[in-house]
Ligand binder design. Sequence first.
Ligand code: IPE
Ligand code: IPE
Ligand code: MG
Length: 264
Amino acid sequence: MIPQQNMQDLSSKKVPDWLVRPPTHLGIIMDGNGRWAQRRHLPRVAGHRQGAQAVRRTVTACRSWGIRYLTLYAFSWENWKRSRIEVDALMHLLEDYLDREESLMIEQSIRFRAIGDRTRLPRSVSRRLEDVERSTGDGRAMNLTLALSYSGREEVLEAARRMAFDAMAGKVDPAQMTQEDFGRYLASAVLPPPDLLIRTSGEFRISNFLLWQIAYTELYFTAVLWPDFGDEDLKQALMDFQERQRRFGAESGSPEPTSRTTGA
Ligand code: IPE
Ligand code: IPE
Ligand code: MG
């Protein structure tokens, strides 16, 4: 028997006809808020505020188009270098986002998670993150993960540290360790590797996002600034992704193997 909640999940999805091969996991490096504001002679925070609207749009579109995992890079570990004014404004926007969206996420069966170094976040923010992770914990329709105070290298280092402690305690044998075993130590172990990674604003770099996980991810770069990123831009990226032939190292023409090594 299908539980009541799952029946609702299925009925509220409208997978569009053109989306024949959606990525299971979509990651987005949401860049360009500052330039969006600068071009309008507005303070940078105005760009971030507008960026939050683009987050809302994108989450809604992905949820209704049946994308199972969406991971958004919202604030990097290196972004702590920015001015106090900008960082404070971003933290406020984040709290505001969580307050406004929590009930909608529960209603839409979206499971929220955050990855990154929480020790550097203001206490009020980390408390809100825990609240929302708890209150949306039963969500099954989509997994929304925010990378906050996040660094791919730190994530790998932390995993290596935890593995080393387990080895010292005699719980694991480093000589026998496989990529899959190691992957389980990552904070993002519950997420499958991203199939598609979008970066906005015309920059062609990864900026320390999900380094371990993107080994075979398809990359898509667009000049559109994040606050302007809309459903049409997302559609274009997804259409482009559908045309790609993923080989994972195998010869061309062979059936597409799966990239999945972990999954929730
Ligand atoms: C992305 O926009 C948001 C964060 C990194 C927090 P930016 O603030 O980096 O915008 P640009 O790159 O300066 O235009
Ligand atoms: C990457 O953007 C981080 C986020 C989008 C949150 P940045 O604007 O910080 O990246 P760089 O400094 O241009 O590489
Ligand atoms: Mg930037």
